[in-house]
Write a protein that binds this ligand. Structure first.
Ligand SMILES: Nc1ncnc2c1ncn2[C@@H]1O[C@H](COP(=O)(O)OP(=O)(O)OP(=O)(O)O)[C@@H](O)[C@H]1O
Ligand SMILES: [Mg+2]
Length: 359
């Protein structure tokens, strides 16, 4: 078994001797102990990242072990640290924990087996913590790739539909109308062709709607503000019992290009949610630039989120809320939902201009 590399940072030679004896006594693990006496020498050693665990004295001249922990963490040190203190109490314990220590032991009150166990537990729990952190990062990356792939795929399908089905439908409609004009003598055929032409028109409208839903080309051609206006008009014509109020206090050029599709998708989902779940009569959609942040807010006056929600009920995937949050956070923003039974629900996304749109 590999030896566990321990660094003791402590100005007291007696402590070095005690720890050294204890580690030599341990039956189930072998240790290699290094020792430095000062805060500065400790930082230097930690920066080399050559140890599996640090034992830090609480008092180190003008510095203390907690400061060392903070600085080491800032420098990317990933090994666990155990604080050794002469005076243990609950508040020191809490402070050590908050500073990221894996454990704290009171000098004179621990034995070789306790020290050995504390080192073992610290190393394992730190490893699990790091693995969790990495999995979280991986999940974030995957989610961002998924959303980007979804957006690319939607764009591709919209283009395909437009170029293939869209243009064939228009050609058939033109052909039917042309035929009708030539078959003047038979009124029965004329009526049938007119009905066919209307059906074609309906199919064309439907395919345009599907294409726009997939990726509003208006977003690329006319910009986000025109697209929002168009979307609200469409929305009100479908959900005629909901009034949409818009409060837009931002210019097109103030919204970064990458953020436009994200803002549009959040509005689309938040408004569709309000229509599907909230029983609202009014939706207030606001977007503004204030204090170097872009804030988007979609507020309805409906029933709000029910207690214990928001898991999806009634046939939805329940992916809507998660994807709004992911879209906002992955583009450097914050996402929040406020809800009350009297006040309806309010979806808020906010992007500080400096950190915006990382991926
Ligand atoms: N504006 C709202 N008012 C009241 N409840 C809401 C509102 N928005 C969402 N909810 C609740 O939150 C749940 C989760 O919403 P989410 O958008 O994640 O899923 P969904 O709308 O049910 O499904 P999908 O979005 O996949 O079609 C909804 O099922 C609903 O119960
Ligand atoms: Mg939804």
């Amino acid at each position: 078994m590999d030896r566990i590399r321990v660094l003791l940072i402590d100005d007291d030679p007696d402590d070095f001797l005690i720890v050294s004896d204890m580690l030599a006594e341990a039956e189930n693990a072998r240790f290699k102990l290094d020792w430095v006496r000062t805060y500065e020498a400790g930082l230097e050693e930690i920066a080399k990242k050559g140890h599996d665990v640090y034992l830090l004295d609480y008092f180190m001249g003008s510095h203390n072990g907690l400061e060392l922990l903070h600085t080491a963490a800032q420098k990317g040190c990933k090994a666990p640290a155990i604080l050794l203190t002469a005076y243990g109490n609950y508040s020191v314990d809490l402070k050590a924990m908050e500073a990221g220590a894996s454990d704290y032991l009171v000098k004179g009150q621990f034995s070789a087996p306790i020290l050995e166990r504390s080192i073992r537990y610290s190393i394992t729990s730190k490893r699990i913590e790091e693995e969790l952190k990495e999995s979280k990062e991986e999940l974030k990356l995957l989610a961002s790739q998924l959303l980007r792939a979804q957006e690319d795929e939607r764009k591709r399908i919209a283009r395909e539909l437009h170029d293939s089905i869209g243009s064939s439908l228009s050609a058939v409609k033109f052909f039917i109308e042309n035929l009708g004009a030539r078959l003047t003598e038979n009124p029965g055929v004329q009526d049938a062709l007119r009905a066919l032409s209307r059906a074609m028109e309906h199919a064309i409208d439907e395919s345009r709607r599907i294409i726009s839903d997939l990726r509003p080309s208006m977003l690329d051609d006319l910009g986000i503000l025109s697209t929002i206006k168009w979307f609200c008009r469409e929305f009100e014509s479908i959900y005629s019992d909901i009034v949409v109020q818009k409060d837009i206090r931002i210019e097109e050029l103030q919204i970064p290009q990458k953020l436009k599709i994200i803002i549009f998708r959040i509005i689309q989902e938040a408004m569709n949610n309000a229509a599907k779940h909230s029983k609202a009569g009014q939706i207030l959609l606001s977007i503004s630039l204030q204090n170097d942040s872009i804030t988007l807010c979609v507020k309805d006056d409906g029933i709000g989120f029910q207690r214990g929600a928001p898991a999806s009920k009634g046939g939805g995937t329940g992916f809507g809320l998660t994807s709004m949050r992911e879209r906002a956070e992955l583009s450097g923003g914050k996402f929040e939902i406020e809800s009350s039974p009297e006040g309806g629900a309010c979806v808020i996304a906010c992007w500080p201009i400096v950190t915006m749109c990382r991926p």
